[in-house]
Design a protein around this ligand. Structure first.
Ligand code: AMP
Length: 212
């Protein structure tokens, strides 16, 4: 089974996709996480991607398509895969369809998280992650016990380089211009379920499980 989770930056895609994958025992493939790992390791791909990511722009289609298709082929034996953050453009959606048609495993469901722009700005502005164990925090919704330190491992909390106000605005514009058409593409294909992405995380998880 193949599930895609779509949503604007700050919609909670990463957290909810990981929870859904755990609940269904599926593999969770997040292109943003893969690209950040490439940047951290200083690979050729990471060096190419870094400036696009910091600005809040999309990394060129060809590079991302090649990376995710290779990773999906390596996960062929899994019962199911959740794609998080891919596809983000129409060419990516078409390339994914083409690759899946070849192996006879189409996309079963596309879950699109809907969150208002005011709420997205609020969520993104307070977002921090532990630099050691990657536990996520939010200054307003889930603050650490000691400012700047992880409750679990004591690691230093850092903000994503693309969570500054200028890059956040750019990421929201990029979503509207390049990713929103992908929602329409899957609606037309009859695979889309729109999910209310506001409210308590447990409730959002319940809605996603019910729609998956
Ligand atoms: P995310 O963690 O999903 O918010 O992604 C962080 C950044 O990684 C994005 O702002 C893009 O620069 C890049 N990125 C992630 N997924 C894609 C994709 N499917 N296509 C192009 N760029 C991507």
């Amino acid at each position: 089974m193949r599930i895609v989770i779509l949503g604007p930056p700050g919609a909670g895609k990463g957290t909810q996709a990981a929870r859904l994958a755990a609940a269904l025992d599926f593999i969770h493939l997040a292109t943003g996480d893969m690209l950040r790992a490439e940047v951290a390791s200083g690979t050729r791909l990471g060096n190419l991607a870094e400036s696009y990511m910091e600005r809040g722009d999309l990394v060129p289609d060809g590079v991302v398509i090649e990376m995710i298709i290779a990773r999906m082929s390596a996960s062929d034996s899994a019962a199911g895969v959740i794609l998080d953050g891919f596809p983000r453009t129409l060419p990516q959606a078409e390339a994914l369809d083409g690759a899946l048609k070849e192996v006879g495993e189409p996309i079963d469901r596309v879950l699109s998280l809907r969150v208002s722009e005011d709420e997205l700005m609020r969520r993104l502005a307070g977002r921090f992650t532990c630099s050691e164990c990657q536990k996520p925090y939010h200054l307003e919704f889930s603050p650490p016990r000691e400012p700047g330190r992880c409750d679990l491992c004591g690691g230093k909390l850092t903000q994503r380089p693309d969570d500054n106000p200028e890059s956040v605005r750019r990421r929201l514009t990029v979503y509207r211009e390049q990713t929103a058409p992908v929602v329409g593409y899957y609606r037309q294909a009859g695979a889309l379920a729109e999910i209310d992405g506001e409210g308590a995380p447990d409730d959002i998880h319940g809605r996603l499980v019910a729609a998956a």
